[in-house]
Design a binder for this molecule. Structure first.
Ligand SMILES: NC(=O)C1=CN([C@@H]2O[C@H](COP(=O)(O)OP(=O)(O)OC[C@H]3O[C@@H](n4cnc5c(N)ncnc54)[C@H](OP(=O)(O)O)[C@@H]3O)[C@@H](O)[C@H]2O)C=CC1
Ligand SMILES: CC(C)(CO)C(=O)C(=O)O
Length: 319
């Protein structure tokens, strides 16, 4: 199968390398030091499921350099979506299925607005992975799953063919007939665990052990369920409780990619997570005070570590 992966980071690097190792014709679109390193040494994946290196036959700097592909996976951070979609506009032909593996509930609306809507299938990924250094992706834990499906829920040859390629590559994968609900279900968990672990600045084990931070996590989940239901998504009202209980089964050290980005001083996807919950809530008349507060508290970190204030704090200074 011919597959293009736009963004060769934690997510795109991991799933693209697995698909390449299984014999698919994978082309990475990468940039900067990641592009140079993959060109030179290929891409090394360090995973508890086994370490492997793929020597990418093809790694290119822009989407314009891609040939025709059957599947195109979008795996850039959410702030890069508009740029990628603008490049994709001239590139996505009738035979290409585009699947975004990004987080959040707004990504596919952007893709469907700019590309032929029928080119876009919905998708989510479940994994914890990051670039450790240029050319090296580290997979934390054993979870590595893709769920995708046609908007409209119909069965299709293209999703079945891609499923087959994923399963042969050792990726835990499935097709969903209700991909919009699946994307929102992940969002209930993801926006909330990202908000709570980032606000507390600790992994899930610490968040869930303290009754007040646990209550925060539960409230964050309940707010996303309420917003999703107001948006017409068929989320079970009990789903927030279900996800909170699910958090008890996670390894104590597990955290979110946003908390990881916060501790590394990187830019945050806050606007598409807690920020989006609060904004959508406002539009739909649903109260989301917990997500709004998390978005406000983390706002100074949104573009990376804020500049520190040099003057010593003087409690006696008059305002
Ligand atoms: N990491 C994780 O564990 C998970 C992440 N996700 C989601 O997946 C998405 C991707 O996250 P993640 O893999 O962590 O991100 P990374 O930052 O690790 O990888 C993204 C890569 O794409 C590159 N890139 C961005 N724009 C372009 C472009 N136009 N052309 C070529 N390369 C480009 C980036 O380069 P540069 O560094 O120069 O910006 C970077 O190397 C996010 O929406 C995230 O929320 C979902 C589940 C788990
Ligand atoms: C919570 C997790 C690891 C699940 O895939 C995730 O998607 C993220 O942190 O971005």
């Amino acid at each position: 199968m011919r597959i293009a992966v736009v963004g060769a980071g934690g997510v795109g690097g991991y799933f693209g390398a697995r698909l390449a190792a299984a014999g698919n014709e994978v082309t990475f679109v990468a940039r900067g030091r990641q592009l140079e390193a993959i060109r030179r040494d290929g891409l090394l994946v360090r995973s508890p499921l086994g370490e492997f290196r793929v020597h990418a036959d093809a790694v290119v700097p822009t989407i314009a350099d891609l040939g025709p592909v059957d599947v195109l996976l979008v795996a850039v951070k959410l702030w890069d979506t508009d740029d990628v979609v603008a490049q994709l506009r001239n590139h996505v032909g009738a035979g290409t299925m585009v699947i975004s593996l990004q987080n959040g509930v707004q990504k596919d609306a952007v893709l469907r607005r700019e590309l032929p809507a029928e080119a876009v299938a919905g998708g989510v990924c479940y994994i914890s992975a990051a670039i450790a250094e240029p050319g090296i992706v580290v997979h934390n834990g054993e979870m590595q799953k893709l769920v995708f499906g046609e908007y409209g829920g119909q069965d299709s040859d293209r999703t079945r063919t891609f499923l087959d390629a994923c399963l042969k590559a050792g990726i835990d994968a499935e097709i969903s007939a209700d991909i919009e609900r699946v994307i929102w279900e992940k969002f209930v968990f993801l926006a909330s665990i990202s908000g709570a672990t980032s606000a507390v600045r600790q992994p899930i084990g610490v968040v869930r052990a303290d009754p007040r931070s646990r209550a925060l996590l539960g409230d964050l989940m309940a707010e996303v369920v309420a917003v999703g239901r107001a948006a017409g998504v068929g989320l079970d009202p009990a789903f927030a409780d279900d996800r909170l209980t699910f958090c008890d089964s996670l390894p104590a050290t597990m955290t979110s990619s946003m908390h990881h980005d916060l501790t590394e001083g990187h830019r945050l996807e806050l606007a598409w997570l807690s920020g989006a919950v609060a904004d959508l809530g406002e539009e739909l008349g649903v109260s989301t005070p917990r997500h709004r507060t998390v978005a406000d508290i983390l706002a100074p970190y949104e573009l990376g570590e804020p500049d520190s204030v040099d003057e010593p704090i003087d409690a006696d200074t008059d305002a």
